[in-house]
Design a protein around this ligand. Sequence first.
Ligand code: PEP
Ligand code: MG
Length: 954
Amino acid sequence: MLELTSEQISMGQAAADKPAALRLMADRLVADGLVAEGYLQGLQDREAQGSTYLGQGIAIPHGTPATRDQVFTTGVRLLQFPEGVDWGDGQRVYLAIGIAAKSDEHLRLLQLLTRALGETDLGEALRRASTPDALLKLLQGAPQALALDAQMVSLSLPVDDFEELVWRGARLLRQAECVGSGFAGQLQQMAPLPLGEGLWWLHSEQGVGRPGLAFVTPERPLTYQDQAVNGLFCLASLGEAHEALLERLCALLIAGRGEELFHAANSRAVLEVLGGDIPPDWPSAQVTLANAHGLHARPAKELAQLAKGFDGEVQVRVLGSGEAPVSAKSLSRLLSLGARRGQVLEVAAEPTIAEQALPALIAAIEQGLGEEVEPLPLVTPEQLASVPSTPVQVEAPAAGTTLRAVAAAPGIAIGPAHVEGPQQFDYPAKGESAAAERQHLEAAIGAIRIDIQQLVERGAAQSIRDIFITHLEMLDDPALIDEVSLRLRQGDSAAAAWVAVIESAAQRQEALHDALLAERAADLRDIGRRVLAQLCGVEASRAPDEPYVLVMDEVGPSDVARLDPARVAGILTARGGATAHSAIVARALGIPAVVGAGEAVLRIASGTVLLLDGQRGQATVAPTQEALARARTERDQRAARLAAAAERRHEPAVTLDGHAVEVCANIGEAAAVAKAVEQGAEGVGLLRTELIFMAHPQAPDQATQRAEYQRVLDGLEGRPLVVRTLDVGGDKPLPYWPIAAEENPFLGVRGIRLTLQRPDVMETQLRALLQAGQGHPLRIMFPMVATVEEWRLGRDMVQRLRLEHPVDDLQVGIMIEVPSAALLAPVLAAEVDFFSIGTNDLTQYTLAMDRGHPTLSAQADGLHPAVLQLIDITVRAAHAHGKWVGVCGELAADPLAVPVLVGLGVDELSVSARSIAEVKAGVRALTLSNAQALARQALVSASAGDVRALVENA
Ligand code: PEP
Ligand code: MG
């Protein structure tokens, strides 16, 4: 993020006119290596399009999109002109802030700057400032107001104890960007102050970027230090921003009115009592901002001018930002929103002008406010209400066609298709009365809540329960309910208000630069549809009684969890990816699933026989009798093979010619060790420690980690444990460890790159491991190593700590997940004790195909000869130095990959516990010499498909 520092400021400059000032600015940016000479043209062109005068004696000269390629490094430079420069239109500039930005990084700077400008007259003070520090102080000096709005209030939270309530309060502050991660820890260290009437107060100044107050209440009565807990205030304290609020609160408590807070029906009632930012009860409309560089100075100016044309107030806010609305007539306030492309703006106007102002402003924003905009892919509430209908042009696949799609859950399924068409919802746009509509909505939400609670209780697997616990949280999100209430008061029907709010929340989620979070929009729409169906009295269509294959456009997790695995043979969808929650639920329920097969599947006539192969990601429409017979035989043989394999799961995996391959388990928590050993694991080949971190609301301390690792080691009873140090970043975020948004998270700061930036975290983890490891065979490895230096830094840390915490049987190695590490294996092998190949990542980086991509992931096959070549290099290098090599990616559990990996010389295969018996059986069916011959052929094959055919026909 761009920051203002005194080094960027040049005091006492003079320029005869604006062109001279621009030249001076360009010279400074060039001299400091930020831009090339051509950037001056950009500064001039930009002023020609419209003045960059911001107000208060400040201008922000910057280039145009055409001169972005002239920027080497994003940065700012400030020139003070005590005599002033005429900037046109009678404006005098005393401070020019020159911006060199490659994209829209400078928006955040403008946001901070304009927030500081406020309404006071700064121009004169900027002109008189005598030092860079004094000038900086002026820019940053305006006190910030206390953040207290609907997003900061969360009522009736299902928490177990006071600590959890504190954690929830801190989370609200973090979501509003008042504090960074770790604030919950700060609060936990403070002594809570009882205010009376069961209300409590906690505050801290540590790590506060913006003052804010959160108020949280527990769902059921709690006690703390033998006193009732009815509600808790968590203050992120900065300066005196909270003083007025505190006075108001004291007066309220003295009057014995605390109950009004903790018995409040919604966040609005709390804000009314506390005097927080209450959204005005004005008509409003929403629009998604499409401008490539967000609401920057030029479009904001256009919007302010348009708004000024109406004789009444207009306010704008960014939905989901946690920030209060600002006046649309103030350029600086609009800039302070820092709105980016893809974010949803809510425009509210005073009732007297709303009818004219809202359509005009929304249309202007849609049209780009004077800029050309690339339209956003929009999903309208109507589209949510009826899942997109089947396009007319798409025809049903012909009988005998085999469709290739994403393998989402393994197994073979045969049965008649049951095609679930889009549900049609019919509802009025306007409601009877706000009170009546609210009652309908509450009843519908209540019914769905009970429904979801039953899914949580019935959930056979933790993964299923977790998904629906999140759904319950979404359903009770006070911000959603507040937005719906506002619409009800404006006359919307319950269904119309609900659809609009859910859809805009889902769009906001999709606009986040995070593939996993964006995928959660599907969960929001899932609960959205359920409540809507309840409101409209629409029931799901009746499914056949015999085992069938469910065909849908996209299944929501709750659709899948509701299915009866005894009646649903398989699932085939038109859209969706392997990491979608519905796929996770299908896997957990053991229902074979093939997803993302394209719109044509929706045209298949119900009753048509389908054959799904969830392992290969294939769906055959009306298969021939022979194909069916083959599939049935394969399915029965597989079942028989699995049963026989399970019988011998505790025996070692030795090939027919006497070559032993170790088969271990991949686990993510200590509790999984017992099951892994019971399923025949000869050790743990990958402990994904990030899952242990993710299970805690804040980073687990050394003692907590040590206890967890100790449980794993004790459970293994002398079998080896391969532990991977924390592998977060990229697509695996830790909620309490925020990482700056990255354009390409998979190529960003993740794995060992991240932990080397936080040696304290790595050191704590290593100490915990070494303390637990004495007396056990402990192997430590680093994830995502791309360079020899990274390995050496990690190794040196282990060696240093090992002096303090000796472990006799310790090996230190790396994961081979990045092609550069495989190519460097001959160098690394001399230094490491072992390699473990993470084929999931190695495949995505080798083939440049995102492992979670909804359509590409089916092709990201680890049996691609290019990936096999890298495995071959790694094994050869390791063996030349007497080191061992494991494979711990999904490939190790693929029955067709086992012969190839064994033939390439891999010494250990680490797979999920349920695959151990099958993998061992696969090894026992081989001879090493045949496997080696097969591997040699695989290495010179042209494609993954060729390799698969080779193994199948061997
Ligand atoms: C891998 O990349 O293959 C691997 C085992 O690591 P993860 O799947 O946890 O990224
Ligand atoms: Mg990996």
